[in-house]
Design a protein around this ligand. Sequence first.
Ligand SMILES: Cc1cc2nc3c(=O)[nH]c(=O)nc-3n(C[C@H](O)[C@H](O)[C@H](O)COP(=O)(O)OP(=O)(O)OC[C@H]3O[C@@H](n4cnc5c(N)ncnc54)[C@H](O)[C@@H]3O)c2cc1C
Length: 626
Amino acid sequence: MAVSRGATESSATPSAGVTCPGANVGGVRDPSVSRYAAGRLSPIRRVSDLRRLRDEQFDVLVIGGGVTGAGAALDAASRGLSVALVEARDLAAGTSSRSSKLIHGGLRYLEQLELHLVHEALNERGLLSTRIAPHLVRPVPILVPLTTGNAFARIGHRLYYGLGVAAYDAFAGVFGHGRGMPLHRHLSRAGARRVFPSLRADAIAGAIRYYDGQVDDARLVVNLARTAASLGAAVVTSARVVGFIREAREVVGVRVKDLEAPDRAEFEVRARTVVAATGVWSDDMSQMLSDVGVRPGMRVRASKGVHLVVPRSAITGEAGLILRTPTSVLFVIPWGGHWIIGTTDTDWQLDRAHPAASARDIRYLLDQVNTVLARPLTTDDIEGVYAGLRPLLSGEADSTSKLSREHAVVEPMLGLLLVAGGKYTTYRVMASDVIDRAARRLGGAVRPSRTEELPLLGADGYAAAWRDRLDTARRHGVTAGVVEHLLERYGTLTIHLLAMIAADPTLATPLSGAPEYLAAEVAYAALAEGALHLDDVLTRRTRISIETPHRGSETARHTAAVMGAALGWNKAVIDREVEHYLARVEAERQSQKMPDDLTADAARLGIPDVRGFAADRGVGLLKVDL
Ligand SMILES: Cc1cc2nc3c(=O)[nH]c(=O)nc-3n(C[C@H](O)[C@H](O)[C@H](O)COP(=O)(O)OP(=O)(O)OC[C@H]3O[C@@H](n4cnc5c(N)ncnc54)[C@H](O)[C@@H]3O)c2cc1C
């Protein structure tokens, strides 16, 4: 492995004189630096951004690096405000890497006649798939199977869903900023089984095929944060907010603990406005103000959703499925060489950082999907399992699936805005709402949100790059499959990975145990995408932790070696990262054998978060030119 590094310094010690390309001066990017270079979340950039946190007063400080927080940081930075984003763990480590990965209007909301929500989400779907992130959001066909019954029931069913799906397409086309998706189509029983041979013939009378968007949720968040960084935002992960700084009855900043330097004291970050986009941790923010008797203005509840991942070969079909369940809906969605099956919807009051899936959750999902499959799935088919927590604004209804899916922005104390609720698809709307509020508070001439017009890094020129992919493959001496894989994950930033491979051909090596990913992706994650730990790479920069039956344990050592070469880890750090990852996988496996939430949570909690025991890692001044 020839990824080279020069002098090192401790990440805990931001040294004087280390300046990072693209470092922000007074809130806007240094114009002599390319947007791409400025958006590189490198280890050195982290050192420099940590120093900025200590030294500057920001217009807007965002807490939480999920899709809402990263979106808010981008919205603010693109209005010319000076911005900092702090995330306690990794970008998208919370709910935003654990969704069903759909960019959708929500057929269910149409059924509930929440038309404004459907309209808003379809508008976002159109923008994301055609302009903002066409490299990450693409159409996925989904079948609505029509159930059997007498002729009257069958016609009624087809009419009901047919009208619904037609309205969905019409909404998207007329009001939805360009559909960005093909139109729906009715299928007979035979037609449905041609598209989805694994459907049980006696379970369906036909189907309707419609399209929604699919996204790698964790990668879009990283892309948002990098685009914010490219416009001058300071972006620091492993930075937990532990308290607010108050002057009189106003919040004027936060106290932060750098979890990569656990022995170091907390430090203060000053900001004119603090935005908390902390999802299911929102109530913690209000509790930090409880000593002054502040009312939060909203409460956020957590509802657990579990997904299974099975190999593509376990089910034969060319489209996804949406199935009605007793409490909600179940999706079966194609995901590369896999299917994602989910989700459950149950109240959760246990550990929010590592929600655990129990054997009961898994059984429920298998039972539901098996109602329509010709060959029932068993636990032996399962490659991966993941659980996420929906941040739901508390409502009066008992069942979590009836709690409001809308978002809210509240200001429990001057200087502090909380934004929560909503869904992944509408992150941009949440972001612009909360930054509009921040702008009113900041006064002066803050321009309106412009994220509707702003392609993310890697989106510009994507259509042409896709068209020219065979030429690109020939020029770089790699297969067309490699270029397609990279384009669908990095967009036009693919050229940087290909340049790394040209400089160091060993980076073209497929990862052991997960050969669809290349060593270059690991090095790039560490050097440009802010990955600090092995877990960040195996779980969120790649999805190896859910896409392989070994859940990344057979890939861990190879990945750690590549990360280690990039980041200057010594053997002790590499061993510790690998041991932690293997222990995490084992704890998750054990939790998934437990009968219920309490026992599953206890099993998962045996392994603490990887953040917090990384004090002695080095940071390389890398010679690799990205
Ligand atoms: C099972 C499931 C399926 C879903 N499917 C879909 C779907 O297909 N489509 C869709 O549109 N939506 C979907 N959603 C909803 C969507 O995923 C969420 O609404 C969205 O991801 C929430 O993002 P967020 O940024 O608000 O929260 P999060 O992603 O949880 O981000 C909050 C962040 O705040 C950080 N944080 C917390 N406390 C602190 C602190 N003290 N200091 C610093 N940082 C802190 C956390 O570490 C976390 O990273 C789904 C949700 C679930 C659970």
